[in-house]
Ligand binder design. Structure first.
Ligand SMILES: Nc1ncnc2c1ncn2[C@@H]1O[C@H](COP(=O)(O)OP(=O)(O)O)[C@@H](O)[C@H]1O
Ligand SMILES: [Mg+2]
Length: 169
């Protein structure tokens, strides 16, 4: 297109391109800032507060290496929901179950799970679909092929002896 002898399209191409690039970059960076914890207590308290914003029916995948804070987080989370944070009698070696007023918290630790069928055999799918429950799952990698609705991923990263990065994804 030519207006008053000036090629309008060509003169807009560069600004439009730059603006699109800017939008693309900012939209992709709009991830929630990770939380930096500097002690186990801070991780516990972060989880305790976080738990109060989570709806029953949610499944929370806790992703991170050994010692990155997943269990510490789970204990704070349990406390935040009002469940006893002392793990006394596990339902199965991979599951601790808490119940209170018809509401449940299932804390799975799948570190020793050998195959997905082991998870299915103990009724894993039923646990995950209980709308009166929240499930926390440490080491969820083996069951990643299961299509879970209402899933929240939380990533734990070791930074230094007392520092961990916790990011919601
Ligand atoms: N900021 C922190 N948050 C959580 N744990 C921490 C932190 N700093 C040090 N730690 C230590 O790291 C270890 C975390 O263990 P745990 O929560 O069992 O991890 P995971 O379940 O991921 O293997 C504990 O020994 C805890 O005392
Ligand atoms: Mg653990």
């Amino acid at each position: 297109m030519v207006l008053h002898g000036k090629p309008v399209w060509e003169s807009r191409t560069l600004p439009v391109f730059i603006f699109s690039l800017y939008l693309y970059i900012t939209l992709n960076m709009q991830q929630i800032e990770p939380f930096k914890s500097t002690s186990p207590e801070e991780t516990f308290n972060f989880a305790k507060k976080f738990a109060q914003s989570i709806e029953y029916g949610s499944v929370i995948l806790l992703i991170g290496d050994l010692g990155s804070g997943k269990t510490t987080f789970s204990k704070g989370f349990s406390k935040g929901l009002g469940f006893d944070d002392v793990i006394s009698s596990p339902t199965y070696p991979i599951l601790n179950e808490y119940s209170f007023n018809d509401h449940y918290l299932y804390h799975f630790d799948l570190y020793r799970l050998k195959s997905i069928s082991e998870f299915l055999e103990i009724g894993g799918l039923e646990y995950l679909s209980n709308k009166q429950a929240i499930a926390l799952i440490e080491w969820p990698e083996l069951i990643k092929s299961i299509d879970i609705s209402n899933k929240i991923n939380i990533k734990f990263e070791y930074v230094s002896e007392n520092e961990r990065l916790i990011s919601l994804q």
